[in-house]
Structure formats: C-alpha cells, structure tokens
Design a protein around this ligand. Structure first.
Ligand SMILES: [Zn+2]
Length: 279
C-alpha cells in the first residue's frame, strides 16, 4: 500500500521508546519527528509514504488550575503516539490557535481567524510542494475547527492554481482528539455533566499524565457556571469568571490521562490508516 505508514515500521524494524504506552514494534521518536530528520531523510520517507501528521493546539487560559498550553500539549502527545503506532511522520506542533474569546485572561496568545487561516494554508502548501499528498491534522482546540476547514478549501484551490504535481491527489483531514467517540464516551462515564466544555477534566487529566508537576496546581473549585454562549472576550470573562465552562477539572487524574491518550491514539490511528488508503 503506497501510503500506509505500517509499511515503514516493518521495513525499518524500529524498537520501543521509553515513554510510549503500546507495542514493542513501534518506531523511536527520532524516526517519526520531522524536526529531528534531515531533508535527505524526508526525501527518502516520501518515496515510501506521502502522509504526515500536523498537530495544532492553542495557547490559552484553562481555568485556575489548568496549564495555558493544554491544547497544544495534548494534541502533540496524541500526534506522537499515533506516529509511533503507524510510522507516519509528525510535524512540529503549531502551538497558537484562534483563542480570541479567551483574551481577557492573562497568558492567552491568540491568532485572529484570518491569521490562522493563512498559517494553516501556508503550512499545507509547503508540504504539498514537496510531495506530501495526505495531511492529517490532529487538533486540540474547538475554536480552531471552522478556520482550519476554511483553510483546507483555500489550499486545494491554491495547489490547483499553482499547478502543483500533487494537486489532484491532495487530501486534508481534520481530527479532533477530544471528539473521538471512545474519548467522548469515556469522559462522559467518568465525569458526567462535569466534563463541561472548557478546561475539561479529560484534557486536564492528559496534561497531568504528561507533566506530573501540574498536579501541584490542582485543588477543589467552586461550582462552575453552566455552559452557555460565547461572544467577545470581556463577555466571556463575565459569564465564566474563572475561565471554566461547566467543567470540574478537580476530578482529573493522571491515570485517566493515560487512558485518554491510549483511546485517542487508537481511534485516530484507525482514522489515519483509512485516510492514507482512501483513493
Ligand atoms: Zn482546551
């Protein structure tokens, strides 16, 4: 199968990595991380596989106990785990997203929708120029979804206008790890309504697994305001004074995070495998 990353694992006989949670056949991080390869290695990779994973997050408030980098940290960890399981290359994570509505909280760094649109477009076209035909975006932030999808449409158009050799075969897919059915149902069964919609215990649990030092920030929190609409940043802070939307991140445990990572990676590995084989 031309696109299938599993091919790569078998060919290269890669060994286990220390912080992985599955399988002894998986590749080491240095063979799947684009930022650790040379251009000659990327050229060689493209002769076997035309797929690549691009993680994207956001740098924004996650309530009084959650790390600002939650969405980028989680997307990157899921992307690397999918890369380890498939042998498909993982590009460096894009840490900034569309977080305009969180700007009333310090530490939030947002791209305007139009900026994010252009960033995604330019990254996709860069990959297409080199012959990548399948770009699988693993996203950690709901606020990025609409813009990423618009950017896909523009990128197809640009690839055709630029007459890139891959234009006809180019495919982009967006996968939101927190919306994977297995992750969603596990979060509901562990936390019920207290999963909420922002600074959720599921995403905080994953950061506690990835960075145990974050445990020291966790504490009991007052009842959160229930989930409601999102308008501008000042309005957001008035409606949701500590940044949470209906969530109770004090329920999060690192052991849950390990399970969420496994479930997200399993689900997205299936999606990616199907995507790479699609005509
Ligand atoms: Zn988040």
């Amino acid at each position: 199968m031309k696109f299938l990353g599993l091919d790569l694992i078998i060919k290269k006989g890669m060994s286990n990595s220390n912080n992985s949670i599955v399988s002894s056949h998986e590749p080491k991080d240095e063979s799947i991380r684009l930022d650790l390869l040379t251009w000659t290695e990327v050229e060689e990779y493209l002769s076997h596989c035309k797929g690549i994973i691009l993680p994207i997050g956001s740098t924004e408030q996650h309530g009084p106990t959650g790390a600002i980098g939650t969405d980028a940290l989680t997307a990157q960890s899921v992307a690397l785990e999918v890369g380890r399981r498939t042998g498909v290359l993982v590009a460096p994570a894009q840490p900034y997203g569309m977080a305009e509505h969180h700007l009333a909280f310090p530490g939030t760094m947002s791209l305007k929708p139009s900026t994010l649109f252009n960033v995604i477009h330019d990254l996709l076209i860069s990959l297409a120029i080199h012959g990548f035909e399948r770009v699988f975006i693993i996203n950690g932030h709901g606020g990025n979804i609409a813009t990423i999808k618009s950017s896909f449409a523009q990128s197809y158009k640009s690839a055709a206008t630029m007459q890139l050799p891959v234009a006809k075969h180019l495919r982009f897919k967006l996968s939101n790890w927190f919306m994977a059915p297995e992750v969603f149902s596990e979060a509901r069964s562990l936390y019920g309504e207290r999963e909420g919609q922002h600074a959720t215990p599921s995403e905080i649990a994953l950061t506690l697994y990835l960075h145990p030092s974050l445990q020291t920030k966790q504490c009991e929190l007052p009842e959160p305001p229930s989930v409601g609409p999102i308008y501008n940043s000042q309005d957001f802070r008035q409606r949701y004074p500590d940044g949470r939307m209906g969530s109770d991140p004090s329920l999060a445990k690192a052991i849950h995070g390990k399970m969420f990572l496994d479930k997200a990676a399993s689900s997205l590995t299936k999606d990616l495998t199907n995507f790479l084989q699609e005509s």
